[in-house]
Design a binder for this molecule. Structure first.
Ligand code: FES
Length: 295
């Protein structure tokens, strides 16, 4: 079956540790080149609440596919050339956002991400060649290079799908978590100290407890970005900072104050009864989602 063969290929790719050396070297270089802070957050998609890369991807792919459609149907040659040029230009910010996301991956995700990027750069090279050939009036050669580019983009897109749908890169890591619906004991109140994060569990769901300015707050302890344990982070100025990539979440409502995270931390209701801390699910915005983990 085709899917089993493809799974074998990606499994092998995920386990190819030979890719780690070039990955590490590239990551070190990109880490120096790509801007952090506000610009880095925009590249991650923090202001729009979802990763930006999948949004930008539509522009080069749409332009390139439209150019090939014109080639195959004998459409306007100049328009086809312009579409290839537009796709080439749009590929640059798309590649930057992808590289930005890739920097916060590791192990198998990072190896697949490297292959995904390599195929995309191969495609871009072919489309640049296509544009140059068209500029010299050699449309057939330009169309052939574009077709080859489409093949590389297709393979890269399939790996991109594997990264998102099989490996969960870019997916809110709490998407299928539910805090328990009933009040659930998670520990003694006396164990909590002001502004010191504490990691507990409620019916198998990791919970971060923090007492800040006398108020007890409970959030998911799994960072929505890549799943770091937030109780290992730092609390300051009413926020918790993720220990892995530095996202900051407001303790009061879980909102993202700094990326690369794009999704807020889910909040739980919390109360103290006879010295024991209890949590339960609050009115979650995503309570109607299917197949949650936890009750
Ligand atoms: S895991 Fe990346 S910011 Fe938390």
């Amino acid at each position: 079956m085709l899917s089993a063969t493809l799974d074998k290929i990606t499994d092998r790719l995920e386990r190819t540790s030979l890719l780690d050396k070039p990955s590490d070297a590239l990551a070190a270089l990109l880490g120096r080149l790509l801007p952090a802070g506000r610009v880095g957050d925009v590249a991650s998609g923090t202001p729009i609440g979802h990763p930006l890369h999948p949004v930008l991807v539509t522009v080069p792919i749409g332009s390139w596919v439209a150019a090939t459609y014109l080639d195959l149907t004998g459409g306007d040659a100049k328009a086809a050339q312009r579409l290839v040029g537009l796709g080439n230009l749009a590929a640059l910010p798309t590649a930057l956002t992808g590289a930005n996301d890739w920097l916060t991956t590791s192990a198998g995700e990072r190896r697949v991400g490297l292959a995904h990027a390599t195929l995309n750069y191969t495609a871009l090279g072919l489309y640049v060649g296509s544009w140059l050939a068209r500029r010299k009036g050699r449309r057939v050669k330009g169309a052939a290079l574009a077709m080859a580019g489409a093949g590389a983009v297709g393979a890269a897109g399939w790996l991109g799908g594997h990264l998102s749908y099989a490996l969960g890169v870019g997916v809110d890591t709490t998407a299928f978590q539910h805090f328990p619906g009933e009040w659930t004991d998670v520990g003694a109140e006396s164990d909590l100290r002001a502004d010191v994060p504490s990691g507990v569990e409620a019916a198998g769901v990791p919970v971060l407890l923090v007492r800040h300015q006398g108020v007890l707050m409970a959030l998911s302890d799994r960072c929505t970005h890549r799943g770091a344990p937030l109780h290992e982070g730092e609390v300051s100025d009413g926020c918790v900072t993720c220990p892995w990539h530095g996202s900051r979440f407001a303790l009061a409502d879980g909102s993202v104050k700094a990326g690369p995270a794009t999704r807020p931390q889910p909040m739980a209701e919390v109360r103290v009864v006879e010295g024991r801390v209890q949590v339960r699910r609050s009115d979650e915005p995503r309570e109607l989602r299917t197949n949650p983990v936890g009750h």
